[in-house]
Unconditional design. Structure first.
Length: 251
């Protein structure tokens, strides 16, 4: 069984306390208006997946192919669209609004997001180099990385050499984070530990691939509309009134 993941946004970090009074650092993730906007089928696409969208947007604010696809499907375009491959028994109907209760407290999840961009950085900050000595003949090269090239062969800098360059702003996946709790009313997920990205970043959350999970909602937990209380029937109201009158007379 392979369930669908969710698209969330990172709200920030805080601390929550367990029953023993121990504080746990948690990251707060908001599910928001995460909705199923399409499906992939084995017959048509060669694989099975749910297509999820989050944060409704105007057609002029999304890519033209997304706007056309949304118009054909009869739905609104979304700013963030992600596919989650699932098993056949975890396909969710189009139009289903998903809830934070898709995950349960105590289970493990993997999260994926774009890390904070740090710009162009030197090798000491980017790769944790130690730098050169502060004395013994070193002149104005204390933070340089030293030699990078070769001699006659191969006579070039090999690919992948750790050097200065762009740092951050890349896709990062953190595995096996524990779900501390879920607030279904506010559609929030509390995940123990740090999650990559700045506040407001889109974060993909899905079941941990390296942990065995048990008793999870299948195919998912959806947002349930509040059930209106039914008004008592006329004969029930009359019966109640007659009983009250009878009790009054008996007294």
């Amino acid at each position: 069984m392979k369930r669908s993941g969710l698209i969330t946004t990172k709200i920030g970090m805080t601390r929550l306390y367990d029953d023993g009074g121990v504080a746990h650092p948690v990251t707060v993730l908001s599910v928001g208006d995460c909705t199923v906007i399409g499906n992939r089928t084995m017959e048509k696409n060669g694989y099975v997946a749910n297509i999820l969208g989050m944060r409704e947007a105007k057609a002029k604010h999304v890519a033209k192919p997304q706007a056309i696809a949304a118009e054909k499907a009869g739905i609104k375009p979304y700013r963030k669209v992600v596919e989650f491959r699932v098993s056949d028994d975890c396909v969710i109907p189009v139009g289903t609004a998903l809830s934070a209760a898709h995950f349960i407290a105590g289970q493990f999840v993997d999260v994926q997001a774009t890390s904070k961009g740090k710009g162009f950085q030197g090798a000491m900050k980017r790769h944790n180099f130690g730098g050169k000595e502060a004395s013994h003949g070193v002149l104005k090269a204390h933070r340089s990385i030293g030699g990078t090239g070769m001699r006659e062969w191969p006579g070039r800098v090999l690919k992948g050499k750790k050097m200065a360059g762009q740092m951050g702003n890349e896709t990062v996946t953190v595995q096996n984070l524990k779900v501390f709790g879920v607030d279904a009313a506010e559609n929030l997920i509390f995940v123990e530990g740090a999650v990559p990205g700045a506040n407001g970043t889109f974060v993909l959350v899905f079941d941990a691939v390296k942990k065995e999970q048990a008793e999870l909602p299948v195919p998912t937990h959806t947002v349930q509309a509040p059930v209106a209380e039914e008004a008592p029937a006329e004969n029930e109201t009359a019966t109640a009134a007659e009983t009250e009158t009878a009790e009054t007379v008996a007294e």
